[in-house]
Write a protein that binds this ligand. Structure first.
Ligand code: NAI
Ligand code: MG
Length: 370
């Protein structure tokens, strides 16, 4: 494999703490598997903003673009007004680098705590494909009479046919990719006899958002026709929230809008053992610009600096980065090590009910690598 240029944005709060542990795992796996890479660190986030007033200077963005992939810890600083860093760094990179898929696996590892009684690792193994470049997140809108009693605020959801369709196609392709692991357990005998091996559920709100989600539904039905081996399904987002808790085994691949995907994946994170375990990738599948991998959690200011943040989400995000660059055996090696540590029941950080530090958990994962 050729030299991989990895841009690293440790960011704020627990971001640098968990990123460093993720990089330690990467180092060991890379040595073993002969992956060659170089790290390009970026000082971006709240501290930089407070020091210099800069959020994401063009020169930094140009250097990031020159990287193959990006690892991000988290941004968000108690001393910076909400939105400045999230919009100015995270959303800007997602949009400018055409990272139009936000891929968020929701998988319960044996040994990780699941808050739903009676549900276990066999029941919770889905992936959410969240549209990442459109919807309410594009910043289309404005105020009239701001600050007056008559104030009006408008925030527009943008849904383009090409943007929606490429996301839905990605979801169906992802379902096919999962077929390699066997057929989806939630399929009925009749489904299997009908030739289905996997399932994609569109999660939207077609009964209320009768323009935007009508477009989604039509695009979904048309794309589904190209995948006779994948069972198409539909669920309203509110029902989905209920079913993710009562019947998580009903889900294989979920495809959804930017806003709904943001919300249901926090629910998904809880199903898989909490924010400390949820990983994600902001993908530009065409590779015209770097993709960016990050834990779903934020900078967790309440525990920052204490050395107790769970590094597993960052470690699993590093594995997703390896998937993206075609180093899936290395990524699987990392996931197996995480699974071993969780199955052993210790060490665990406090969010999982243990007393271990970030570094101790990282060391355990490193030692568990095969
Ligand atoms: P958060 O995810 O930072 O924290 C929520 C809760 O989860 C806190 O109790 C925190 O202690 C816990 N938590 C998070 N990560 C953890 C970990 N690795 N190990 C153990 N516990 C963990 O979300 P919150 O508090 O809403 O936001 C804090 C800041 O982060 C805000 O500025 C927010 O805008 C930003 N943020 C940034 C994101 C990103 O960079 N992608 C995503 C979400 C929030
Ligand atoms: Mg979120």
């Amino acid at each position: 494999m050729s030299l991989l240029k990895i841009g690293v944005i440790p960011g704020d709060g627990v971001g640098p703490e968990v990123t460093e542990v993720g990089l330690g795992i990467l180092e060991k796996v890379a040595k073993r598997d002969g992956l060659v890479y170089e790290l390009h660190p970026f000082d971006l986030g709240g501290e930089r903003f407070l020091r210099t007033g800069e959020v994401l200077p063009q020169a930094d963005q140009d250097r990031l673009r020159a990287c193959d992939v990006i690892l991000l810890g988290a941004v968000g600083h108690p001393g910076v007004p909400p939105g400045v860093l999230e919009k100015g760094i995270l959303l800007k990179l997602r949009f400018d680098f055409h990272q139009y898929i936000n891929l968020r696996p929701v998988r319960l590892f044996p040994g990780a705590p699941c808050p739903v009684t009676g549900k276990g690792p066999d029941d919770i193994d889905m992936v959410v494909v969240r549209e990442n470049n459109e919807d309410l997140y594009v910043g289309a809108g404005g105020f009239t009479y701001k600050g007056t009693p008559e104030e009006v605020a408008i925030q527009t959801s943008i849904n383009t046919r090409p943007g929606v369709e490429r996301c839905i196609r990605y979801a169906f392709d992802a379902a096919r990719g999962r077929a390699a692991r066997g057929a989806f357990k939630g399929l009925s005998e009749a489904d299997k006899a009908g030739g289905y091996t996997r399932q994609v559920t569109l999660v939207a709100k077609t009964n209320v958002l009768t323009f935007a989600h009508d477009l989604w539904m039509r695009a979904f039905n048309e794309v589904a026709a190209d995948y006779p081996d994948v069972k198409p399904g539909y669920m309203h987002v509110d029902a989905c929230c209920m079913r993710m808790v009562t019947n998580p085994e009903w889900f294989d691949v979920i495809v959804t809008t930017n806003m709904f995907g943001d919300i249901i994946t926090d629910l998904g994170a809880v199903l898989q053992g909490g924010m400390g375990l949820a990983a994600s990738g902001n993908l530009n599948p065409t590779k015209t610009a770097p993709s960016m991998f990050e834990p779903v959690h934020g900078s967790a200011p309440d525990i920052a600096g204490k050395g107790i943040a769970n590094p597993l989400a960052a470690i699993l995000s590093t594995a997703m980065m390896l998937d993206h660059v075609g180093a899936t055996p290395s990524a699987d090696r990392i996931r197996r090590a995480v699974a071993r540590v969780l199955a052993a029941g210790a060490p665990k950080t406090p969010d999982l009910g243990g007393k271990a530090s970030t570094v101790e958990v990282g060391n355990a994962v490193r030692d568990a690598l095969d």
